[in-house]
Design a protein around this ligand. Structure first.
Ligand SMILES: Cc1cc2nc3c(=O)[nH]c(=O)nc-3n(C[C@H](O)[C@H](O)[C@H](O)COP(=O)(O)OP(=O)(O)OC[C@H]3O[C@@H](n4cnc5c(N)ncnc54)[C@H](O)[C@@H]3O)c2cc1C
Length: 203
């Protein structure tokens, strides 16, 4: 014999099962946290889902200085020369065009290395690029300094894997590998690009 109270309990159970089925995985996860932890509210802001965040938002949440400045000596944003100088903000040059069939990508220098890894991953689960570990490094300065990382032993540096580039010289001309010549092309892959011009793209 079923008592009225057990009927009620069954109804509540059924309701909660159907609510759980209609709730998204993310909602269930948050509910589960609140149920099992009295401190859950304090880390809600750290829960990212496709509903409340994009890849860039998550990436930028770990960035302390969004205007660049990974250079250890501060060369990208200070000057000891007592004349005026300008800072060129490259952060809007962010295109990453991956051509998986060709095993190549054209990357604008304002993209971060994390964005590059992510765009490659979007196209293929078996491709990658051998560069740094810190995903918020800018591709511009990073590759001009070599770009070592966890795939270095097998594939070399990021700079070893550069096929071409676009660089603006002091006369405002945009040059490619052929136009700059092999000596300068060698120099910008390890010698610090800022001594020679402003890189716009790496291939
Ligand atoms: C937290 C942290 C982690 C790091 N991890 C690694 C790592 O794993 N592997 C590794 O190899 N290195 C690593 N580095 C070093 C890093 O690669 C260099 O500091 C690199 O120069 C950063 O480049 P950026 O464009 O992010 O920085 P920025 O400070 O913007 O630029 C650095 C230098 O490059 C020049 N530069 C920048 N963009 C251009 C451009 N488009 N054309 C010409 N010159 C340009 C700037 O003038 C400046 O001299 C790390 C650095 C930090 C701070």
């Amino acid at each position: 014999m079923v008592s009225p109270s057990s009927n009620l309990a069954t109804l509540i159970l059924l309701l909660s099962v159907s609510m759980a089925a209609s709730a998204s995985f993310e909602e269930n996860f948050v509910q589960c946290l609140s149920f099992y932890s009295d401190k859950a509210a304090s880390f809600y802001a750290s829960i990212y889902t496709p509903q409340n965040a994009s890849f860039n938002k998550i990436l930028e949440s770990s960035t302390q200085n969004l205007s660049g400045g990974h250079d250890y000596e501060g060369l990208s944003y200070v000057s000891e020369v007592e004349t005026h100088f300008i800072i060129v903000d490259l952060s809007k040059l962010r295109a990453v065009n991956v051509d998986i069939e060709d095993n190549t990508a054209w990357i604008q220098v304002g993209a971060t290395i994390g964005e590059v890894y992510y765009k490659i991953y979007e196209k293929s689960l078996v491709h990658g690029f051998p560069a740094g570990l810190c995903t918020i490094l800018g591709v511009g300065g990073h590759i001009t300094g070599g770009a070592y990382g966890s795939m270095m032993r097998k594939y070399g540096l990021g700079a070893d894997n550069v096929l071409d580039a676009r660089i603006v010289d002091a006369n405002g001309q945009i040059l490619d590998r052929e136009a700059v010549g092999e000596d300068l092309f060698w120099a910008i892959r390890g010698g610090g690009g800022a001594s020679f011009g402003i890189l716009l793209w790496w291939k």
